[in-house]
Design a protein around this ligand. Structure first.
Ligand code: AMP
Length: 286
């Protein structure tokens, strides 16, 4: 694996690869890699000729400075995991490389409601910061395929909208959520949970599965109410549990209104916020 820290060096390496006809896959991450990240690398290695992974803890998408400060960083371990997984190129830039002095974003994006609901409402500025860094990274890597996780469902929906607004030829591939044995979605933030919080955290997936099991007998509103009751456990604070149209992220009144319905939730355990989701329906609507 080759490690790049400079934009121009990575660009010129990729230009040569492209000239050879290599298909380029890209997996952007913030590091502290786990099996969820590695599933994206595996998919890229399987589907493309050259896999580029980036590790960059993007300051502009953190709305809480304590969260940024405490974000886990394990570069040595990340590098060995990526080598083992067959990733060929790693981009680990410093902040100044991504946002040089006088850096002007090429464009702004209008996501309509997509970046205002759920995570957007709870984390002001988060998605604009995420879009800023992803568009900058896409401008540098210009991949054929971009691999992202369903774990961050709203993020993937916004990135799809961004690619459409950019009229980009990059194809977004959304990969399934990788979970611990007890159902907790893997996340870099899980290492910050206390023993007791870690014991409680699988209730999030339990609640999502219960929601999925009730889609034929309950309305979206009933599912949301019952889920919030299930999550009301001492030590856990559900911020939201929404049943939404998986394309527009808007709330739905009935399941037969939409072909694609997803339940999304965010739960706070002490200082740590965990997000998760489950697909409730993915079929043509009547
Ligand atoms: P992050 O480092 O948290 O920014 O995540 C980088 C990428 O990995 C994003 O596309 C995430 O959606 C994806 N990802 C994070 N956790 C998981 C998981 N448990 N399963 C699958 N993909 C994940």
């Amino acid at each position: 694996m080759i490690l790049f820290k400079q934009v121009e060096e990575l660009r010129s390496h990729l230009e040569k690869e492209r000239a050879k006809g290599s298909k380029i896959g890209f997996v952007p991450t913030m590091g502290a890699l786990h099996k969820g990240h590695l599933s994206l690398i595996d998919r890229s290695v399987a589907d493309t000729d050259i896999t580029v992974c980036s590790i960059f803890v993007n300051p502009t998408q953190f709305n809480e400075s304590a969260d940024l400060k405490k974000y886990p960083r394990t570069p040595g371990k990340d590098i060995s995991l990526l080598c083992e997984a067959g990733c060929q190129l790693l981009f680990m830039p410093h902040v100044e490389e991504i946002y040089p002095k006088n850096y002007q974003p090429k464009r702004t994006f209008d996501f309509g409601n997509l970046d205002k609901l759920m995570e957007g409402a709870k984390r002001p500025g988060h998605f604009q910061g995420m879009a800023q860094v992803v568009s900058r990274l896409l401008d540098i890597v210009d991949p054929d395929q971009l691999f992202m996780g369903q774990k961050d469902f709203q993020q993937a929906t916004i990135v799809q909208s961004m690619l459409e607004q950019m009229e980009s030829s990059t194809q977004l591939v959304v990969c399934p959520i990788v979970r611990e044995e007890d159902g907790l979605a893997m996340s870099s933030r899980n290492v910050r949970l206390t023993k007791e919080q870690r014991r409680l955290a699988p209730n999030i997936y339990r609640t999502l599965k219960a929601a999925r099991d009730k889609t034929s007998t309950r309305s979206p509103k009933q599912i949301e109410d019952e889920a919030l009751r299930m999550l009301a456990i001492p030590g856990m604070e559900p911020e939201y549990f929404r049943v939404v149209n998986g394309k527009t992220l808007m709330p739905i009144d009935r399941f037969d209104e939409v072909g694609f319905a997803v339940a999304c939730t965010a739960v706070r355990l002490g200082e740590i916020r965990l997000i998760d989701n489950i697909i409730l329906k993915n079929k043509p609507s009547r």
